[in-house]
Design a protein around this ligand. Structure first.
Ligand code: AMP
Length: 448
């Protein structure tokens, strides 16, 4: 596959807000389900992807969670499958959607049921961590559309419970995350089971060399659909609160209480850290639950349900566990620790500001994380505003609460003081002595 030149075409119409779902030529039954969801205008990824998928073409789409990408591939897929007519009884699986996590798979399954409720197509979702027998039973009755995580799918194929030789449409969702999670070998095994002639749709928030390599082995003459590639959604307000590592928990409690936040998704780097933080917040009187890979599916589902219904204010998650969470109007995402991989920042904050709504992405950053912050800013292509919160920067040695020559302002997040781009010699994290970007020679100050 060529990345420039004749091998791919870039869709010319980018943001087309005057378009309607009717213009795609979707059937009445699909449109009815869409309008019941209250969607009137296609999102940019939908505007670009739906017409090309309906033409039967392969696509390579750079779209992260929150852009409406699920409907972007589900709606045309349903339409195409419906046009050919649904199977009966022992019908073959005609569309396969691979997703990296159980939560994302479940979420896609839910979208397919929602958008396909007036169609005679059957779908199911299979993933690991839960009993395999109910999944086998569903497959035995025949499904047209299967959503799967790669490992469980191969288990089922190995046991002779599911055949992929009739697949007409393959979707790889969050392909970058699948590679990050080490699914490349499983993906290759699955590909070998599929008929050569099929339509391929690949979605990825980021495009590493590995993704391009994978794509070039799968996609044929794909249309390249790009939506804010490697850029975070415009309506998200990014803020960094500099804070000593040992003060992070106190600052988080302070922010949540002061602003009376009711629904906050907080990211930690480790499962253990997630558990500990949820416990500590509980002691501060803030209802919190942790969600990560060591939790049973039942515990995850319960935590998520509590978070959605408001009984749990704070959901503390690791990166992998948070993939696929779909929570409407999630207003606040907090990076309690910055991710080691910059791309994860984009995934994390994709949980807020969804479908054009506004959201806050706050990062509690200690001096050790400065380099990670640099990497994130390079990736998203902008500097993140730094906002000191009074009383929470004290364990940086010599760190004043506010910059001496900066006006104090109420700030949006805690009566803090604002600091935009740092002047030369005025580092952003850790104060004047911390040595960031043109600070004193030698870089970081000691003493935290
Ligand atoms: P996704 O990126 O697929 O995870 O979708 C993000 C959110 O956008 C989901 O909550 C969808 O229900 C919602 N959504 C998808 N398409 C539209 C649309 N055209 N208008 C409004 N909301 C949408």
């Amino acid at each position: 596959m060529h990345w420039t030149g004749p091998g791919f075409s870039r869709q010319a119409h980018l943001e087309n807000n005057t378009m309607t779902f009717e213009q795609f030529g979707l059937s009445g039954n699909v449109l009815r389900a869409v309008s019941e969801q209250g969607y009137t205008i296609p999102t940019p990824v939908q505007a670009q992807a739906i017409p090309v998928i309906l033409e039967g073409r392969d696509i390579m789409a750079g779209a992260q969670t929150g852009t409406g990408k699920t409907a972007g591939f589900t709606l045309p897929m349903l339409q195409l499958l419906d046009k050919e007519g649904a199977g009966h009884g022992q019908r073959p699986i005609r569309a396969l959607i691979l997703a990296p996590t159980r939560e994302l798979a479940a979420q896609i399954g839910e979208s397919i049921r929602t958008y396909g409720k007036y169609l005679p197509l059957k779908s199911t979702v299979v993933f690991g961590g839960v009993g395999i027998q109910p999944q086998i039973d569903k497959l035995r009755h025949g499904v047209d559309i299967l959503v799967a995580t790669p490992g469980r799918l191969l288990d089922l194929v190995g046991q002779g419970k599911c055949k992929l030789s009739g697949v007409e449409i393959l979707v790889l969702d969050e392909a970058d995350r699948m590679l990050d999670m080490g699914f490349i070998h499983d993906i290759r095994k699955v590909l070998a089971l599929l008929p050569a002639k099929r339509q391929n749709l690949l979605f990825s928030a980021t495009f590493s060399q590995d993704i391009k390599k994978l794509a070039s082995g799968i996609l044929h003459n794909p249309a390249l659909v790009e939506v804010a590639r490697n850029k975070t959604a415009a309506k998200i307000a990014h803020v960094v609160h500099p804070v000593g590592k040992s003060n992070k928990r106190a600052l988080l409690s302070h922010l949540i209480s002061t602003h009376d936040w009711r629904q906050v998704l907080v990211f930690t780097r480790t499962k253990h850290g997630a558990n500990r933080l949820a416990e500590q917040l509980g002691k501060d009187g803030i209802d919190a639950a942790a969600i990560h890979g060591n939790k049973s599916q039942t515990a995850r589902t319960k935590a998520l349900a509590g978070f959605k219904d408001g009984s749990i204010r704070v959901l503390v998650a690791t990166d992998i566990a948070a993939r696929g969470l779909d929570i409407d109007q999630l207003p606040h995402v907090v990076n309690y620790e910055l991710p080691n991989v910059s791309e994860d920042y984009v995934h994390r904050i994709g949980r807020t500001g969804r479908a054009g709504r506004s959201g806050d992405a706050l990062s509690l950053v200690c001096r050790e994380e400065e380099k990670l912050l640099d990497g994130i800013e390079r990736l998203i292509g902008k500097k993140i505003e730094v906002l000191h919160v009074d009383g929470f920067t004290t364990d940086f040695v010599g760190q004043p609460k506010t910059e001496p020559d900066e006006p104090r302002s109420g700030g949006r997040h805690g009566g803090g003081s604002r600091q935009g781009r740092p002047a030369q010699g005025h580092p952003r994290v850790g104060g004047p002595r911390a040595g960031r970007r043109g600070g004193r020679p030698g870089g970081r100050a000691s003493g935290r």
